[in-house]
Design a protein around this ligand. Structure first.
Ligand code: ADP
Ligand code: MG
Length: 330
């Protein structure tokens, strides 16, 4: 098995006095070595539950999980030394400096003190490492958290929402850091509810909605699979719009008639549109391919696209069917 991380059919039901909540409903995930893998889903979709279960912090109700090909939680004691993780935002003592904090953690974990300087350098805190943590910005605290997870030089790094609270510059630096780590052979899994972050940072992605995987693969592949490339067509005279739609449907196109243009899909070559319309004496004044971005794929897959006149509630996301291919043994 080449996968660093495999999850199949994971189930987690929370029971409380208020009732039963199914947080994970047969969730699958595969992460290959050396990737920066994005774990993307709206708030409440089950990301933190998945990561906590994987790390043995909570017990699943069903399913299988493996890290480096070893079944967990059984093999956690053997693999834990190679896994660095930040799942809940860690609390640091405000009166300690970053250096003190890491130095203590290094001692506790049997890590050489020299490594403290290396990780401070890596996360870009070198010049502020002698300042007290309480004087840090949120972004600097996030860096310190990443530094603490890097101390033992893990082969797998798991970060839950690491870019939360970072400004665009911070996100860019986080991306550079993740890339550097991946190039050094580390596999990185990071969760986010913000698509832009994943799109910028990751090679591959697993999209979760309502406790189930709704899409997975390379960022570009996920886009391509769900891409319905369409073309916006304007014609010289608005009066020709309806007739033009009819002509394009005759050649097998799907056409949506808008107020002043047509949205046309299902045509292999855009030239087929101009040729068809010209043969009817209608001339195209604009032909614009509409690119699908990951944002709209995400909104569509997770059912979190805004609906006119409705206020989406937290638990309201699509119960889309799980991805049929993939899963255990990929
Ligand atoms: N300790 C808990 N008790 C009951 N429900 C929980 C608990 N933790 C999480 N949940 C619920 O499980 C679902 C998934 O939560 P979570 O894994 O935190 O999602 P995410 O990290 O994607 O935002 C949510 O509906 C959340 O309210
Ligand atoms: Mg979470």
């Amino acid at each position: 098995m080449s996968a660093v991380l495999e999850i199949q059919g994971l189930q987690k039901t929370y029971r409380s006095r208020k009732g039963v909540r199914k947080a994970l409903d047969g969730f699958d995930m595969v992460v290959e070595a050396g990737q920066v893998h994005g774990f993307l889903g709206p708030n409440g979709s089950g990301k933190t539950t998945t990561l906590r279960t994987l790390l043995g912090l909570i017990k699943p109700n069903g399913g299988r999980m493996a890290i480096f090909g070893r079944e967990v939680p059984e093999a956690l004691p053997e693999v834990a030394g190679s896994v660095g993780a930040i799942v809940e935002s860690p609390q640091f003592f405000g009166n300690f400096t970053a250096h003190d904090t890491l130095s203590l953690l290094a001692d506790a974990g049997g890590v050489d003190q020299g490594r403290v300087f290396e990780v401070l350098e890596l996360v870009g805190l070198r010049d502020r490492s002698k300042d007290r943590v309480k004087t840090y910005s949120l972004g600097m605290k996030q860096r310190l958290a990443v530094a603490s997870a890097l101390l033992k030089n893990p082969k797998l790094l798991i970060l839950d929402e690491p870019a939360n609270g970072l400004d665009p510059g911070g996100i860019r630096e986080m991306r550079t850091l993740m890339r550097t780590l991946a190039e050094s052979g580390m596999t990185v899994v990071l969760s986010s509810h913000i698509l832009g972050e994943i799109q910028l940072i990751c090679d591959s992605v697993t999209i979760i909605s309502a406790g189930r995987r709704v899409a997975a693969g390379g960022v570009a592949d996920v886009l391509a699979q769900h891409q319905t490339s369409s073309v916006r067509v304007r014609v010289e005279s608005l009066a020709d719009l309806t007739a033009s739609a009819g002509a394009l449907r005759e050649i097998g196109a799907q056409v949506v008639v808008e107020a002043d243009h047509l949205m046309v899909s299902g045509v292999a070559q855009a030239s087929a549109i101009t040729r068809t319309l010209a043969s009817r004496g209608v001339f195209v004044s604009e032909l614009a391919p509409i690119a699908v971005d990951l944002e709209s794929v995400f909104l569509e897959l997770t059912g979190t696209a805004p609906v006119d006149g409705a206020h989406r509630q937290v638990d309201q996301s699509a119960m889309a069917p799980a991805v049929p291919n993939g899963g255990w043994g990929l």
